[in-house]
Structure formats: C-alpha cells, structure tokens
Design a protein. Structure first.
Ligand code: FAD
Ligand code: EPU
Length: 344
C-alpha cells in the first residue's frame, strides 16, 4: 500500500513556471525527513526513478514522468551560528529563495542582496549555482545536507564538494540529478560580517548614482536589483517562462576576439581561466529572434534569452523554437547555444 502522502497520476502543469502539461506516475509532498526515509525503504517505491522538485522555475517538462516526483516542502530558517568574522545562516530546502534573502537582510546578515527576486527554492539554489548581478550562491555557500535516495543516508557537502561553476554543480551533472539521487535538505551560507557591496554589474552603480546614493546599504542594492529584474524579466504568473532558456556561451579568447572585432558592441566578459563569456541575449537579438514568436511560444521582447509560453504551449513547440533560435545564431555567428534549464 502507498503511504497516504503519495498521489498517483498527478498533474505537473501548475508545478512548472513554463506551464507545460505533464503528469507524474507518483507525486509526494515532502515536509519531513522521515517521509524521505519511508519512501527509500518502501517495497513498491524504492526502485522507481525519482525527480526532486522545487518550484519548477528551471524546468522543461518533455512529457509524462514514469517515476516519483518529490516536491520539497521542508521549512525553517535560522541563524545557525556566528564567529568573529561570519554569520552562518541556514534554511531548509523548501523555503522560497527570495523570501530567504529578504529575511537575511531584515535580520542584519547582508551578502545575498544581489540574488534577490530569483524564483525558486533554497534547495534548488546550489543545483545550478544560481547567479545574478555579479554574485553566485556558491560564493557564500558553506555546506549543505542532502538525503541520498539510494543509500537512505544523510550526507554533507562542503562548497568544494559541490564543484560550483557558471550555472552548474555536481547536482546538475547527468547521472546525478536525473537519477534524483540527492535530495538537498538544508543549506548553510557563510556571510562575512565585513560586508562588501557588489555593484559592478550592468547599470547598478549608475542607477544608484542617479538616486543620489554613493555609499549604498544592502537593502538599496536589493531594491535596485529588483527594479532592473522587473523591467527585463517576465513574471511567470502572467507570462509563463523558465528564466534564461540558454546559457551565455563561454568561448576561447581567440574566437571572442574575432567576434568582438567584427561586432564591437557584443558584450564579452573575460573569465578567470582566460576564456570569454559572451551574451546569448545579444546573439539571439542580432539573429532576429528578440520578441519573435513561433506558434504558441516566443523569445521575450525585453530579454531575448527568455523563452515564453504565450498560451497552451506543448513541449514540441518549445523544441521547434529552440531549434530555430539555435540554427539562426549558429548560421550568423558560428556559436552553439546550450540550454540552461533542466529537461525532465
Ligand atoms: P526546480 O525548477 O524545481 O528544479 C531545478 C533543478 O533543481 C532540478 O534538477 C531539480 O531536480 C533540482 N532540485 C530542486 N530542488 C532540489 C532539492 N531540494 N534537492 C536536489 N535537487 C533539487 N536562475 C539564476 O541562476 N539566475 C537568475 O537570475 C534567474 N532568474 C530567473 C528568472 C525567472 C523569471 C525564472 C522563471 C527563473 C530564473 N532563474 C534564474 C532560474 C531559477 O530561478 C533557478 O534555477 C532556481 O534555483 C530554480 O528553483 P526551483 O525551486 O524552481 O527548482
Ligand atoms: N542583451 C542584449 N539583448 C537581450 C538581452 C541581453 O543585447 O535581449 C545584452 C545587453 O547588452 C545586456 C547584456 O546582454 O547589457 C547582459 O544582459 P543581462 O544583464 O540581462 O544578463 P544576461 O547575460 O542576459 C544573465 C543570466 C540571468 C541573470 C542576469 C543578471 C544567464 C544565462 N542568464 O543574463 O539569469 O539574471 O545575467 O545577472 O547567465 C536565469 O538564469 O534564468 C537568468 C535570468
């Protein structure tokens, strides 16, 4: 017999911000660690494929999922400790990320302000090492606890164990997340007491200056980041989307030099390893796809990197548009775009 918190044949349509239709063979809302242990030992369920779900804001559903979706709803946040140099703030996986960042600011633990208003849960933040406005979650992550769905044990990961890089971590690698092996339970961030503002990205500084703010407080940086995001990024509640649909391509320095020679306004950001990150949004815009639709999907008019569902889209529509955009960018610039969200 199934535990009473497991639902068979559950719709996922309202559980992914891109709004694609799909069903899970089984679905469980996880509010306690004990529920996970129960599932891992259940004779009918432990063999199934698992998928760990947060708020579905980085997800493309390709069809029905023939396994068990675990929706992480564990709650709680706290100051877990402090020493002379740092605050250690912790939150359970099911906490909403934005609410957590605002709670840290309200309680006097700054550091995460540039990551305000990113959708999703705390538990998903390490998975693709969420980043925005010059800061990544991995810059501050101290450690996390995860439930190993294979062994049934709880494992700790340090920041180094997570192998963070641009939009990835060990949890986003094939064979790790697809097998749904580690359900992240709780994440601890280490925030320096000597707070340093990070205002170098885009026009944060220029906006603060326009408001007459020369030495910004953390809250003012958060407000500025939120204002920029609201101008560019569509709210999934009114226009379903999964954020950036493609990653910014990181290319060798000589290729970047050739491209910026030919297109001087192509944004290019040198990386620590000598490679250069280019703007996929710029490439898509110049390839003619900004604000353009194909069937029921389109690339957003204010940010060409965001694929939006104009209503009633299915996975095939997403696939067709993604293919058309990739082909156009490759034909014009010789660059392959990689997708950014997780495909299930
Ligand atoms: P989901 O979409 O539910 O899951 C994403 C992945 O994480 C899946 O592989 C899932 O299995 C895994 N996962 C989720 N929870 C857990 C857990 N507890 N344990 C283990 N694995 C788990 N991202 C950025 O980095 N920067 C941005 O600026 C940004 N802006 C966005 C703007 C919009 C409008 C939208 C819609 C998305 C944006 N994103 C951005 C993407 C998204 O917000 C993040 O990837 C977020 O972390 C996803 O959280 P989620 O809870 O919705 O995860
Ligand atoms: N640009 C264009 N046209 C566009 C979009 C962008 O020309 O349609 C150019 C502009 O020159 C702009 C530059 O690209 O100045 C950078 O744009 P933006 O600041 O919007 O950032 P991005 O590189 O397009 C990345 C992340 C976003 C994150 C922002 C801010 C990726 C794939 N995307 O976008 O993350 O919010 O930076 O840090 O790295 C997400 O991951 O879902 C996401 C939204």
């Amino acid at each position: 017999m199934l535990p009473d918190f497991v639902i068979p044949k559950a719709s996922l349509a309202a559980r992914n911000t891109l709004g694609l239709p799909a069903r899970a063979e089984f679905f469980a809302s996880i509010e306690t660690r004990e529920q996970l242990a129960m599932l891992a030992h259940h004779p009918d369920l432990f063999r199934l494929r698992y998928f760990i779900l947060g708020e579905g804001s980085n997800l493309v559903l390709t069809g029905d999922f023939p396994g068990l979706v675990l929706k992480m709803e564990l709650k709680g946040r706290e100051l877990a400790g402090e020493d002379g140099d740092y605050y250690y703030v912790a939150a359970a996986a099911g906490e909403n990320w934005h609410e957590f960042t605002q709670w840290t600011l309200e309680n006097g633990y700054p550091g995460l302000e540039n990551l305000s208003l990113i959708p999703g849960t705390v538990g998903a933040a390490p998975v693709q090492n969420i980043g925005a406005y010059g800061v990544e979650a991995g810059d501050f992550l101290y450690e996390l606890e995860a439930f190993d769905c294979v062994s049934g044990e709880i494992r700790r990961f340090s920041a180094a164990d997570c192998r963070f890089a641009y939009r990835t971590s060990i949890f986003k690698q094939e064979g790790w997340h697809l097998s749904g092996r580690f359900a992240i339970l709780r994440v601890v961030f280490r925030l320096p007491k000597k707070w340093q503002p990070s205002t170098g990205y885009g026009d944060i500084e220029a906006r603060l200056e326009r408001e007459g703010i020369s030495i910004p407080a953390p809250r003012q940086i958060a407000e500025t980041v939120m204002a920029i995001r609201r101008e560019k990024l569509p709210d999934p509640v009114t226009l379903p989307n999964a954020g950036s649909f493609f990653q910014n391509p990181v290319v060798a320095a000589n290729l970047a030099a050739a491209l910026t020679g030919a297109y001087p306004d192509l944004p290019a950001y040198p990386q620590a390893n000598g490679n250069v990150k280019l703007s996929a949004g710029w490439l898509i815009e110049k390839a003619g796809w900004k604000g353009r639709n194909l069937g029921s999907v389109g690339m957003h008019e204010a940010q060409a990197l965001v694929l939006v569902n104009r209503g009633g889209a299915r996975f095939a529509d997403v696939q067709n548009l993604a293919r058309a955009v990739r082909e156009a960018v490759f034909a014009r610039f010789g660059i392959h775009l990689e997708t950014e969200p997780v495909f299930l």
